[in-house]
Design a protein around this ligand. Structure first.
Ligand code: HEM
Length: 417
């Protein structure tokens, strides 16, 4: 597989990929980490030393400064705002090995230059061109596969499948390669759980992209890879290795997160039928419905930083070199900021949250994630407006995971269309 190119991909695509094949290794096998997060935040918004969020505490490494975990909203924002004290080089280890050097792990001034090279494509105005011809088409095709059946599992048949097709098309990759592309994305995301599989996927992707890059150099097309080849800031262009690294970051970033967000959004709405009815009737509510799910069930619950110098946070001393886990999920449910934080409520007043991060590394793909989820949901509600949950009698529907969270299944019934 490691020598797969755009031209040979079709022959080697494995059978349909089961999204939950790798579930626990990717996301952490936890049902609900939030009660424990509340408990720890009430003790202190900042903890020094290992913490157990329900899947066991990782033992402290005696050769390293004690790790820090941040549970409070204001404290998370304070860390993300001060990118000089709290460095992103913490990602150099595992993420750097599997993806190469990406903007995620860079501090300023490098980060600014590299982000400027790749960011034009992700502006919301530029993304408009993908709305109808791409996202709506992909989603309509997926819905065609089950619209006449009257029931479906939306995770298996819709939410898991559309983001990979969207990002692959934006990159300009052949359709036949989507399943293998998804498999590589997940292998990269779960590299900490399975090193060999992650590194093999990383190499396979490099070879795969090398072929495509060469093709685009010869014959530019309307896609992101063609844009990256010619992108220039202050006379500086991206090297091939930098392009491969960025593409390897986009895969997990664009695939793992967005499918989870749309699954959790559907879960939030389907388990609150009054809010679902309100959104179906008034599509302007789709924006607050999405922002609220990014607060209530952020697909990525934790990001990392490293203390570049000794400092303190909320009065708690932090040693130079300490790794700092920022629990976005805990911050987004901080009861000092939100009333009834555990409730999905698209009508709440304060929707500001850190589900997309904050500061210089705030998610580059957030406009894309917003756009594709909005278009997907609107298309679904247009075609199947009376959609409602329809679990088997013994089926226990819930959102699952620790580092990454989303529902595992969303069985629904509707009037066949
Ligand atoms: C709902 C979906 C998404 C969520 C919840 C999400 C979440 C995040 C978060 C929390 C960060 C900050 C990481 C940090 O500071 O350590 C981030 C960064 C990033 N995201 Fe997303 N993301 C989503 C979708 C996407 C998509 C669709 C793409 C691109 C196709 C993308 C590309 C990136 C990139 C490139 C960065 C690194 C930015 C930088 O370091 O300057 N994300 N994302």
């Amino acid at each position: 597989m490691s020598t797969m190119t755009a031209n040979t991909g079709a022959d080697q695509v494995p059978d349909r990929f089961d999204p939950f094949e790798l579930q626990d290794t990717v996301s952490g096998n936890i049902r609900d980490p939030y009660p424990r997060m509340h408990e720890l935040r009430r003790q202190s918004p900042v903890h020094v030393g290992p913490v157990d969020l329900g899947d066991g505490a990782t033992p402290a490494d005696p050769d390293r400064p004690p790790p820090v975990t941040v549970f409070g909203f204001d404290e998370v924002v304070q860390v993300l705002r001060d990118n000089e004290t709290f460095s992103s080089t913490v990602y150099e280890g595992v993420m750097g090995a599997v993806m190469g050097r990406t903007i995620l792990q860079m501090d300023e001034p490098d980060h600014r230059v590299h982000r400027a090279l790749v960011s034009p494509t992700f502006r919301s105005k530029v993304l408009q061109r993908w709305e109808e011809d791409l996202v709506q088409c992909v989603v309509n095709e997926l819905i065609d596969g089950f619209a006449d059946k009257g029931h479906v599992d939306l995770v298996q048949e819709l939410t898991f499948n559309f983001p990979v097709q969207v990002i692959a098309r934006i990159l300009g990759l052949p359709r036949s390669d989507f399943p293998v592309f998804q498999r590589w994305a997940i292998a990269i995301t779960s590299v900490a759980a399975n090193w060999e599989r992650g590194m093999a996927a990383s190499e396979a992707l490099r070879d795969y992209f090398a072929g495509i890059l060469e093709e685009r150099r010869q014959q530019p097309a309307d896609d992101l890879i063609s844009e990256l080849v010619v992108a220039e800031v202050d006379g500086r262009q991206l090297t091939d290795e930098e392009i491969y690294s960025f593409l390897r970051l986009l895969l997990p970033a664009g695939v793992e997160t967005t499918y989870r967000a749309s699954g959790s959004l559907l879960y939030g709405l389907l388990t609150n039928p009054d809010q679902l009815r309100a959104v179906v009737a008034d599509r302007e509510l789709m924006t607050p419905a999405f922002e609220e799910v990014i607060r209530w069930e952020p697909p990525v619950t934790v990001i990392l930083r490293r203390a570049a110098r000794a400092t303190e946070l909320a009065g708690v001393p932090i040693e130079e070199g300490a790794d700092i886990a920022l629990l976005l999920g805990a911050a987004n449910r901080d009861e000092r900021k939100y009333a009834e934080p555990d409730r999905y409520n698209l009508f709440r007043e304060s929707r500001q949250n850190v589900g997309f991060g904050f500061g210089i590394h705030v998610c580059l793909g957030m406009h894309l994630a917003r756009m594709e989820t909005r278009v997907a949901m609107n298309t679904l509600f247009d075609r199947l407006p009376d959609l409602h949950l329809d679990p088997a009698p013994d089926q226990d529907l819930h959102i699952h995971g620790m580092a990454f969270r989303s529902p595992i299944s969303l069985p629904v019934a509707f009037t066949p269309a």
